[in-house]
Ligand binder design. Structure first.
Ligand SMILES: Cc1cc2nc3c(=O)[nH]c(=O)nc-3n(C[C@H](O)[C@H](O)[C@H](O)COP(=O)(O)OP(=O)(O)OC[C@H]3O[C@@H](n4cnc5c(N)ncnc54)[C@H](O)[C@@H]3O)c2cc1C
Ligand SMILES: *[C@@H]1O[C@H](CO)[C@@H](O)[C@H](O)[C@H]1NC(C)=O
Length: 464
């Protein structure tokens, strides 16, 4: 449509002012479909290439996690494309964690007793559909489903796809190729082969598997406005509410524990021992069926730098920074990438090359920071939560937040309920730690906190 418009023109100052670009987006998941929408709104010619078929017409979506916790950063990015209210209208607010101990006792810990912020449980498929549907309004977005990228020339912006069902090769080219193709990104694989790109990936010992607590008589079987957590040291189970009054349950534990559960009997014994209160909710028959349906999935953490290559290639979302899911920020961080990228596109004097360069520079510290935080939470969940000093610190945090809500924002809250750069959230926490040890109140308060925390027994939380 805009083929006739030159890609870039020189203006009087010798600065490049950008015309509409032909942009290829690889991956029509949550970040890809958001990026497509954002660029189309700015008049660019967008081609969205997705490996799978159109999820809006597909019968079953095999995605990672059926629902997700949406928080401030994701909401802000959705607001920028005018979709926040539409998404929140069907999302289910989760005001706090509801902890299930091994005896089945439940304890509520609000996320934010001071200003009442909450997380929102949204369906992955629904969110993806909202984003794709919004794109239908733009004639300058073309969607190409069942196109799997298998090669890209990063310098020329030339791509090759395998098109289902015959895997015939389809070629295309673009002024800018943006890889939003997830944690196992083909685009990233091609980028990290080039010299000068730092890259690390880490598979953790834990895998995860999804189960379901169905609705009963058309009602939720547990209070719906909470993120339910069954903390069990090395294992962890959580449940998020769905629109259809079911809960999606995610069981996360070391592969070597999964390996010990091979028979129906072993499974039921395990569940009756650790998650007894959940068994009647899930139902034994359904538990057995769902547990053995699919092997547990791996979790990977990926960091790289830079996120761009030359003037034509960029990666966003999980492709750039996949993280373990223990902070509930993967999607939020990916959507925030779009916010950052668009703020650069909105600076008329930047060339495409400068936009990409500045994106990497603006983003990498914070992306690395949230990957680290997510990993830290994973470790914390297993070890730190047992330490008394850690529990005291958590208690103290909540008290200080209650007393000085504008000065003392705990780490979890700054990550989930503000847009403070992730690296600053960590710096803020370090400042708080330093203050506490300097003032030396921790020692005094610790004595009190030990008593309180053993009494309430609620400080074993860290997941979400
Ligand atoms: C168990 C679990 C729970 C999670 N919970 C949360 C949460 O509560 N909150 C949160 O913020 N985040 C959460 N996350 C993280 C979140 O799922 C991801 O960060 C998010 O999905 C990233 O979106 P994306 O679009 O970058 O990648 P993806 O969602 O992976 O989408 C990538 C898309 O690219 C397509 N694709 C892949 N390869 C190709 C190719 N070669 N050619 C063309 N297309 C291709 C795929 O089909 C897919 O549609 C969770 C993750 C897991 C695993
Ligand atoms: C790669 O990592 C090294 C060591 O941390 C660092 O000195 C270097 O600047 C990094 N290079 C890039 C391109 O990120």
């Amino acid at each position: 449509m805009s083929n006739a418009i030159p890609q870039s023109t020189e203006n009087g100052n010798g600065l490049q002012s950008r015309g509409p670009l032909k942009v290829a987006i690889i991956g029509g998941g949550l970040v890809g479909s958001l990026a497509a929408l954002s660029l189309a709104r700015r008049g660019h010619e967008v081609h969205l290439y997705e490996y799978r078929e159109d999820i809006r017409t597909a019968e079953l979506v095999q995605g990672r996690s059926i629902n997700l916790a949406l928080s401030q950063r994701g909401r802000k990015a959705l607001a920028e494309v005018g979709l926040e209210q539409e998404v929140l209208a069907t999302a289910i607010p989760m005001r706090g964690r509801m902890l299930h101990d091994i005896k089945g006792n439940r304890t509520v810990v609000l996320y934010d007793p001071c200003t009442n912020q909450c997380l929102y449980s949204v369906g992955r498929k629904y969110l993806n559909e909202v984003l794709l549907n919004a794109g239908e309004k733009f004639p300058n977005i073309q969607r190409h489903f069942e196109h799997k990228l298998h090669y890209v020339n990063l310098t020329q912006g030339r791509m090759e796809f395998k098109r289902a069902p015959n895997k015939e090769i389809v070629e295309a080219n673009a002024d800018l190729v943006i890889g939003c193709d997830g944690a196992f990104s083909t685009m990233r694989q091609q980028m990290v082969k080039t010299p000068g790109v730092n890259y690390s990936q880490e598979y953790i010992e834990h895998g995860y598997l999804e189960l379901c607590i169905p609705a009963k008589n058309g009602e939720f079987q547990m209070p719906e406005n909470y993120l339910h957590i069954w903390p069990r040291d090395a294992f962890m189970m959580i449940a998020l509410p769905n629109q259809d009054k079911s809960f999606t349950v995610t069981l996360s534990m070391p592969f070597k524990v999964f390996d010990t559960i091979r028979t129906t009997e072993e499974l039921l014994n395990f569940f009756h021992k650790y998650y007894a209160d959940a068994v009647p909710l899930i139902g034994e028959e359904r538990l057995v069926k769902d547990f053995f349906k699919m092997p547990p999935q791996h979790l990977v953490s990926v960091k790289c730098h830079p996120y761009h290559y030359g003037a034509k290639a960029l990666i966003l979302g999980d492709a750039a920074h996949a993280m373990v899911p223990y902070y509930g920020q993967g999607l939020n961080a990916g959507m925030e990438d779009c916010t950052f990228l668009m703020s650069l596109f909105d600076q008329p004097n930047l060339t495409t090359a400068e936009i990409l360069e500045q994106f990497t520079e603006l983003r990498w510290r914070d992306a690395h920071a949230i990957c680290d935080l997510a990993m830290y939470n994973y470790v914390e969940m297993r070890d730190l939560t047992k330490r008394i000093s850690f529990r005291c610190r958590k208690w103290l945090d909540t008290q200080l937040f209650r007393w000085y809500p504008s000065v003392w924002v705990p780490l979890y809250n700054s990550v989930s309920f503000t847009s403070m750069p992730y690296s600053k959230c960590i710096a803020n926490r370090k400042w708080q730690d330093k203050l506490l040890s300097n003032v030396f109140i921790s020692a005094t308060v610790a004595l009190v906190a030990i008593g309180v925390s053993t009494y309430f027994g609620v400080f074993k939380i860290s997941y979400f």
